[in-house]
Design a protein around this ligand. Structure first.
Ligand SMILES: [Zn+2]
Length: 222
C-alpha cells in the first residue's frame, strides 16, 4: 500500500497547483485541504472556530491568524488526516503561520513543502488567455476553448474573459504573491523542508515529477 504524505503545496496562480493537488490527493490517498474550502466547511458545520470566523465575516473584519490556524487544526485533527496525512493548499501564507503549522503537527511535522515552479512568463500567458464559465467556474483557454462557441461544456453557462485577467492586474497579483511567499520559501528551505519541482509541461509529466521528488526526499529523511 502507498504510504500517506504530509505536504504543503506552494505555487504561483496559474502554475497548475489545484490540478496537481487533486492528483496527489488521489495518489497518496490523503485529503486535499484548501484553506478557502475548509473555512467555508467550518462555518457551515458551526465548529468552534467556524463560529468565530462567521462572526468576523459578519463584522466585515479580517481573519486573524489564530482563527485560521484554529480551523486548520480542527481539520488536521480528524481521522483521515491523522491516519494518512494531508496536502495543504493556501496555508501557511506567512512564516508565523508556518511556525504554527509545525506546532500543531508536532511531533511528526510535515514531510515537505513543495514549490511548484512555473516561469512567470508562462503563467502570465496562461492566465491572460484564460476563459472561465460564469456559472460553474470551469476554466478554458485560447488553446482549449469550449466545444461550442462561448458555451460551457459542463453546464451550458456563458464562458467569459474575466475583467481582472488583464496583464496588468495579473502582474499585480503575481508581484503580491512573490512578496508574500519568498520569505516562506526561504523559511522552509532553511529547515531542510523545501523541494522545488519543475511544473512546466504536460500535467501527467508534472505529477510524475512531483511523486518521484516527494518519495525520494521523504524516504531520505525517514
Ligand atoms: Zn459551466
Amino acid at each position: 500500500m502507498i504510504p500517506g504524505a504530509r505536504l504543503v503545496l506552494l505555487g504561483r496562480q496559474g502554475a497548475g497547483k489545484g490540478t496537481q493537488c487533486t492528483r496527489l490527493s488521489r495518489h497518496y490517498v490523503v485529503p486535499h485541504i484548501s484553506t478557502g474550502d475548509i473555512l467555508r466547511a467550518a462555518v457551515r458545520e458551526g465548529t468552534e472556530f467556524g463560529k468565530k470566523a462567521q462572526e468576523l465575516m459578519d463584522a466585515g473584519e479580517l481573519m486573524p491568524d489564530d482563527v485560521i490556524v484554529g480551523i486548520i487544526d480542527e481539520r488536521l485533527d480528524r481521522d483521515d488526516t491523522r491516519a494518512r496525512g494531508f496536502i495543504l493548499d493556501g496555508f501557511p501564507r506567512t512564516t508565523t503561520q508556518a511556525e504554527e503549522l509545525l506546532r500543531i503537527t508536532a511531533p511528526r511535522g510535515i514531510d515537505l513543502a513543495v514549490n511548484l515552479e512555473v516561469p512567470r512568463g508562462v503563467v502570465l500567458k496562461r492566465l491572460a488567455s484564460r476563459r472561465v464559465c460564469a456559472d460553474c467556474g470551469t476554466n478554458y483557454s485560447a488553446e482549449q476553448p469550449p466545444k461550442y462557441g462561448q458555451t460551457c461544456d459542463v453546464c451550458g453557462g456563458d464562458v467569459i474573459h474575466r475583467e481582472d485577467d488583464t496583464e496588468h492586474s495579473i502582474n499585480r497579483r503575481l508581484d503580491l504573491y512573490e512578496r508574500e511567499t519568498a520569505p516562506l520559501i526561504r523559511w522552509f528551505e532553511e529547515r531542510g523542508l523545501l523541494a522545488t519541482v519543475d511544473g512546466y509541461g504536460h500535467p501527467d509529466e508534472v505529477t510524475d515529477r512531483l511523486v518521484r521528488t516527494i518519495d525520494r526526499l521523504r524516504d531520505a529523511t525517514r
